[in-house]
Write a protein that binds this ligand. Structure first.
Ligand SMILES: CC1=C(CCC(=O)O)c2cc3nc(cc4[nH]c(cc5[nH]c(cc1n2)c(C)c5CCC(=O)O)c(CCC(=O)O)c4C)C(CCC(=O)O)=C3C
Ligand SMILES: [Fe+2]
Length: 355
C-alpha cells in the first residue's frame, strides 16, 4: 500500500485547526505585523511602508481576523447540524492568535492528532508549504509531544467551491442591465507571486481551472474572461505573475469593453488585499478610464463554502466518504509529497569564483 493510501485511511483525528494569514486590528500593530510577514523575504522597505499606509487608511484594522471568527462560527453550526464533533481551533501565521499559542492550548487540552484547515484554496509555497512550516515550527517549541497534524487538501476544483463563487459572480453580473451583462468581461484575480515560486507549484494551473469552471457555471464564454493578478510585492527587478489587474482594466478599455466584473477568486474573504487593491486602487483606475466595474464578493461565509469545508473534514474522518472534485484534474492529494510547493530558489549575489 502506498503512503498516500495509508494516510487516507487514518480516521482518528480529534480536532480541527483553522490556519490563516492573520492581520492587525489596531494602528500600533501594523508595522510589527508587516515585519512578521516580511522577515527574511526579498521585499524592499519602501514597499512595506507603502502597504502600511493601506492599513492606516482603515485605521490599522484588517478585517481578516473578524472574518475568520465569523467563518469558524458558521463552521461550528455546520458541524453541529451534521454530527461532526471535533472542536475547532484557530491560529495565524503573522498575528494574534498565533499558531504557537493555539497549538500550546491544543496540547494542554489533550489534542493528539489534528487536521489543519489552511484557508488557502490553491497550492503555492505561500499558500501551502509555508503554512505547514509554520505549524511544524510551532510544534517544535512545545515541551514534550506536540499534537500531530494532517492537512485538508486544496479545494480549487470542489463543486461547492465552484458553486459558491459562481453564485457571487452571478450576483455581481445581475447589477448590470441585460445588454451590459451580455457584453461584460469577467476578470478573476489572485495574489501575484514571484515567477520562481509559481514554477514550484500548480498555483496557476489550479487557478485557471477554477476560473474556467466558474465561468462555465455562469455562462461567460472563454472570450470574455481572464485570469489576472493583484497585490504584487517584491523587488521591481524580480518577475512576478502578470498581468496586473489595473493594467488589465486599461487594456480592456482599449478594446472598447465597457463593463467588467472583478472576482477575487484567489481569496476566501474580503480582507485588506481585496478592500484596498480592488475596491480602492482598481476602482480608481476603472473610474478614471470610464469602465463600469462591479466587484464580486469572495465566498466569505457562503453556505456552500461552509458545507464544503465540513465535507472536506468528513472525508478525512471516514474513508468511505467520496472525495468530490469536478473538471479535469480530480481531487488534490491529502498528504503533500516531499517536494510539494518547494520554496523558490534564493538567488543571492555570490563573490566571483564562489558557487
Ligand atoms: C499566495 C498568497 C496569498 C493567498 C493564500 C493565503 O491566503 O495565504 C496571500 C494572501 C494574503 N496576503 C495578505 C497580506 C500580505 N501579503 C504580503 C506579501 C506577500 N503575499 C504573497 C502571497 C500570497 N498572499 C507573497 C508571495 C508575498 C511577498 C512576501 C512573501 O514572499 O511572503 C504582504 C506584505 C506587504 C506586501 O508586500 O504586500 C501582506 C501585508 C493577506 C492578509 C490581508 C489582510 O491583512 O487582511 C492575505 C490573506
Ligand atoms: Fe500576501
Amino acid at each position: 500500500m502506498s503512503e498516500h493510501q495509508v494516510q487516507r485511511s487514518a480516521t482518528d483525528f480529534d480536532a480541527v485547526l483553522v490556519v490563516s494569514f492573520g492581520g492587525p486590528e489596531k494602528r500600533e500593530d501594523v508595522l510589527p505585523f508587516l515585519e512578521n510577514v516580511l522577515r527574511g523575504r526579498n521585499v524592499p522597505r519602501e514597499r512595506m511602508l507603502e502597504v502600511a499606509e493601506h492599513y492606516y487608511h482603515f485605521d490599522g484594522v484588517s478585517p481578516i481576523n473578524e472574518q475568520c471568527r465569523e467563518l469558524i462560527e458558521a463552521l461550528k453550526s455546520e458541524f453541529d447540524s451534521s454530527g461532526v464533533t471535533l472542536p475547532i481551533y484557530w491560529g495565524n501565521r503573522n498575528w494574534n492568535p498565533f499558531l504557537t499559542d493555539t497549538i500550546e492550548q491544543m496540547k494542554a487540552d489533550g489534542v493528539r492528532n489534528a487536521l489543519a484547515l489552511v484557508l488557502s484554496s490553491y497550492s503555492s509555497y505561500s499558500g501551502c508549504r509555508q503554512y505547514r512550516e509554520n505549524v511544524y515550527a510551532a510544534c517544535d517549541q512545545i515541551d514534550g509531544d506536540a499534537p500531530k497534524f494532517g492537512k485538508i487538501r486544496v479545494w480549487y476544483n470542489h463543486p461547492l467551491w465552484v458553486q459558491a463563487n459562481a453564485d457571487r459572480v452571478s450576483a455581481a453580473l445581475d447589477e448590470f442591465e441585460a445588454e451590459a451583462r451580455e457584453s461584460a468581461h469577467l476578470a478573476f484575480t489572485a495574489h501575484s507571486i514571484p515567477a520562481s515560486m509559481a514554477q514550484t507549484s500548480a498555483y496557476e494551473q489550479q487557478l485557471r481551472e477554477s476560473c474556467r469552471l466558474v465561468a462555465e457555471a455562469v455562462g461567460v464564454p472563454e472570450s470574455r474572461w481572464e485570469l489576472v493578478f493583484q497585490s504584487r510585492s517584491g523587488r521591481p527587478q524580480d518577475p512576478w505573475l502578470e498581468p496586473d489587474i489595473c493594467d488589465h482594466l486599461r487594456s480592456l478599455r482599449e478594446k472598447e469593453v465597457a463593463y467588467v466584473v472583478i472576482s477575487p477568486i484567489g481569496f476566501v474573504s474580503d480582507h485588506m488585499e481585496v478592500l484596498y487593491d480592488l475596491d480602492d486602487e482598481a476602482r480608481g483606475v476603472a473610474d478614471e478610464i470610464g469602465l463600469t466595474m462591479v466587484r464580486a464578493k469572495t465566498v466569505g461565509t457562503h453556505p456552500d463554502f461552509v458545507k464544503m469545508l465540513r465535507e472536506l473534514v468528513q472525508e478525512r474522518l471516514d474513508r468511505d466518504q467520496p472525495q468530490r472534485a469536478c473538471g479535469q484534474f480530480g481531487p488534490n492529494h491529502d498528504v503533500c509529497p516531499v517536494d510539494c510547493c518547494a520554496p523558490p530558489p534564493r538567488r543571492r549575489p555570490v563573490p566571483a569564483g564562489g558557487n
